[in-house]
Design a protein around this ligand. Structure first.
Ligand code: BYC
Length: 336
């Protein structure tokens, strides 16, 4: 049975249709009814294979983004300008590692293994957010990442707290609370710099100039070029479209930039009375796709750092497994 759940007219949609055709009609109808009623799907519930695969794709990409996202800021931990800034940055980077853990756990409830997901990341098969393939060149970048990158992440992630898949939506509630602290600490760090010397102010402006357009691209391709959007929205995985989130982010950020006293690097950025939104200039989608496809400025460095960290941590995983085995053997001996 086809329902409107399976009406995406591109390649992915064709694949989804083919999968849907072999799903049991009564189960499909029950699943569709639950989605229509804005209910939650839990791991033990029946779900169409295409829904499961879509979630594994999105949640694992999200998890990868969190752990690769530790790297650009992690670079600055040893160079933070004060003990206070260092403590904040360490806490933030650790939070991102934690977000990766919640998200890999949510993905595992869909029947995939963390080891396989990490293999896909390390072999370059899996995607992670484009934004983490750009370098952090000065200390202001740490503040800008908090303000703009985490700000964009929150804009995208708050609607995911209402995602139709229970474990993902619950993970996102905690992630969003922590992201909110990340965004504020970044904005506060920039405010302090903007009250400082001319050199510090110039550093903030330079940083915002480099990150602004990349943050707008983070929301993903325009709706018209987004192959997964229609299906993701139909299934209640995605609640707000890429373009709508991008617009919400711009509208919220312009007043914050004014308070900060910096200029956003877009001559076309203007309030449009009729639309009730800011108009903005052209995003460089060629650059976005070059980066997403592995050829951005830091893709190779990020992946090799990640693979090295994973290999260096092998002894920790081995020790944890050996300890668990020992505990299990002891428990079995005691039970015997
Ligand atoms: N970068 O049809 P579309 C964070 C891919 S964590 C790379 O619109 P969808 C943070 C997309 O995957 C930030 N690839 O897809 C962490 C798809 O490729 P595949 C991460 C991108 O899924 C630490 C293709 O383009 N957040 O902020 O409907 C420190 C077509 O796109 C990007 C999440 O992952 C991109 N920017 O929508 C600080 C949130 N955009 O899979 C901060 C969860 C698109 O066909 N994910 N692509 O090979 C989502 O909300 C959605 O997956 C997206 C894309 C909005 C990202």
């Amino acid at each position: 049975m086809y329902t409107q759940s399976f009406s995406v007219p591109d390649d992915t949609g064709q694949k989804i249709k083919a999968v849907a055709a072999i799903e049991p009609p009564e189960l499909m109808a029950k699943f569709d009814a639950r989605i229509d009623a804005d209910g939650r799907i839990e791991p033990q519930d029946w779900m169409p294979e295409a829904y499961r695969k879509t979630l594994v794709r999105q949640i694992s990409q999200h998890a990868h983004s969190e752990i690769v996202g530790m790297l650009p800021e992690g670079n600055w931990i040893s160079r933070a300008p004060s003990l206070k800034r260092k403590a904040i940055l360490i806490a933030k980077v650790q939070d991102e590692g934690g977000h990766g853990q919640y998200l890999y756990s949510a993905a595992e409830t869909l029947g995939v293994s963390r080891a396989d997901l990490l293999d896909a990341l390390h072999s370059g098969k899996a995607k992670y957010s484009s934004i983490f393939n750009y370098p952090t060149l000065n200390w202001a970048d740490v503040g800008t990442i908090g303000w703009l990158v985490d700000g964009a992440a929150i804009m995208n992630q708050v609607p995911l707290c209402r995602c139709s898949y229970g474990p993902y939506s619950r993970a996102m509630i905690r992630v969003c609370k922590e992201e909110s602290f990340h965004q504020r600490q970044g904005y506060e760090a920039l405010l302090v710099m903007m009250r400082g010397t001319d050199e510090q102010k110039a550093m903030v402006q330079d940083s915002v100039n480099r990150w602004w357009w990349k943050c707008l691209a983070m929301f993903g391709p325009p709706d018209a070029d987004s192959p997964h959007s229609a299906q993701g929205m139909r299934w209640g995985i995605k609640r707000v479209s890429n373009d709508d989130l991008r617009q919400k982010f711009i509208d919220a950020t312009v007043p914050q930039a004014k308070v900060l006293g910096i200029t956003l690097p877009d001559p076309d950025l203007k309030w449009n009375e009729e639309r009730g939104h800011y108009d903005y200039g052209q995003i460089d989608w060629d650059e976005f796709w070059t980066t997403v496809n592995g050829n951005g400025p830091c893709n190779k460095e990020r992946l090799s750092t990640r693979v090295k960290a994973h290999n260096d941590g092998q002894w920790v995983r081995d020790a944890a497994l050996a300890h668990a085995r020992k505990q299990q053997q002891r428990a079995m001996k005691e039970a015997a």
